[in-house]
Design a protein around this ligand. Sequence first.
Ligand code: HEC
Ligand code: HEC
Ligand code: HEC
Ligand code: HEC
Length: 432
Amino acid sequence: MNSWFVRLLVLAALLWCVTVPARAGDAQARIERHVHNGVASCATSVCHGKLKIQEKENVWLNEYRVWTSEDRHSQAYRTLGNDDSKKIAARLGLKSAKTAKICLDCHADNVPKKKRGRKFQISDGVGCEACHGGSEKWIKSHAEKTATHKKNIAAGMYPTERIDERADLCVGCHLGTKNRFATHVIMGAGHPRLSYELETFTANQPAHYTVDDDYVKRKGQPDADNAWLQGQIAAARRYLALLQSGLFEPGGMFPELAMYDCHSCHHPMDDQRWSRRRTGGAVKPGTLRLQRHHFIGTQAAAAVFASKQQQKALRDRINALLRAGQQSAAAVRKAASELDDWLAARQQQWRGKRSDTRKIRRQLLKLAAEDRAADYSSAEQVFLSVEALSYVLGDIDKQEKALDRLFKTVEDDKTYSPAKFAAVARAIKSGF
Ligand code: HEC
Ligand code: HEC
Ligand code: HEC
Ligand code: HEC
């Protein structure tokens, strides 16, 4: 090999490091890279523990107060001591949910012992560093006058402001990873079903920051029109990664029922829901059905960004996955990988403007109205997405009545009726 070729290789490798986005699913590794000093290290009254928002500072400095008094994440460890958790633990044969790794992994900042600083307490639950990363290398420097966001990130702070990175972080607990997952055994013991949509969950987490001029100067302008779609694709890809992980094989269970559509099994027998149109025609009545709701957002976006031929390719891949879900872990892995390739190729490419956001919202309601998004979890995603996009489009007040009607149909999964959901979607569609 001659030397210019070697130099070219080195250059290519360097460029690759700079331009290729972090691999999906490595949020947890990056969060855990450095020592976690514990919430107490952030919470003093000279730091993030002020009583009120400090108007003159870049950041609020009362983040700790917001987190302890309003944010569920501060209660996540305490939850493990409540009666529901005691029942779950007893049914699973665990000594205590408060000491079980499987529970602590999502309900606390469960970094390995050697990554815990002096003030670290597991009882803090999902603390600051569970999202912002171990502060070992930036705890001092990030408060100095010379600090910049870039330097903080280089020192190991997690880039929560970047929507793709945030998506990867939140799905790590709200869907799971190959290392931490709420299996059907855990669900069967009484754990609530996990439902998640990034935009909605970002809005529902009590804010401890404002996106104002100085925020934009430090971190850039958030891309409101693409945040929802990035969240949808990230969730879809995480689901596909889980389907290819050891959860299914080797060592896992096939079929792992928590990867299937919960309500395809859990609804009364006299409420017959299967139809060719609803299920996309891929699976027979009375057979197992993988979750389709992770792909509803992408399907709506494809109708805006992709050719008819490409839309069909997406449908075919989703249907192939549903069929594989009735065959074997190997078939699931193959179909999941092919669908993931399709999504990966579009994740960086699909970027819309305001008018596209409006079109996507219409497509979501069209899918619903045509009775093609009728599984409960799909209906839930449609509702959450249409609502989130209405905030982005700034017409949430105008749409309030219609959104209320749609919400009533998905409010309670026990009384959910696919036909009613589709009928309401048809009735309100023209107003969007
Ligand atoms: C380390 C795991 C973990 C991470 C990371 C995480 N969460 Fe959570 N989140 C939880 C747990 C556990 C709960 C439930 C807490 C409880 O009630 O005990 C929760 C609850 C919530 C709730 C309240 C849900 C409800 O039904 O009211 C919202 C909203 C939320 N998370 C948003 C987010 C967002 C947005 C992100 C990413 C920026 C995120 N979470 C990252 C574990 C996590
Ligand atoms: C993959 C991550 C994950 C695992 C593993 C997990 N949980 Fe959760 N748990 C969550 C999230 C996220 C929520 C909040 C759901 C929501 O509201 O959207 C939650 C909610 C709960 C709730 C209901 C809390 C409430 O306020 O209503 C209980 C109880 C609970 N978990 C107990 C447990 C126990 C006990 C274990 C261990 C056997 C466990 N969890 C394992 C992520 C997880
Ligand atoms: C569940 C995840 C989560 C937890 C827990 C969490 N944060 Fe955040 N935090 C975020 C997200 C998301 C943002 C907004 C995106 C951004 O600017 O990075 C943010 C933003 C911030 C900002 C930046 C505000 C700005 O204007 O730049 C500060 C400071 C902050 N958080 C401090 C804390 C502190 C202190 C705690 C603990 C008391 C905490 N956070 C807990 C997710 C979290
Ligand atoms: C293939 C069918 C199937 C799917 C899909 C499925 N379950 Fe189940 N579920 C079962 C069976 C079978 C039981 C055991 C019922 C029993 O013991 O009486 C069960 C039990 C449960 C229980 C305990 C109820 C009881 O009576 O003990 C809960 C809660 C539960 N599942 C939640 C879920 C959630 C959440 C999902 C989706 C993530 C899901 N299930 C997906 C078949 C399924």
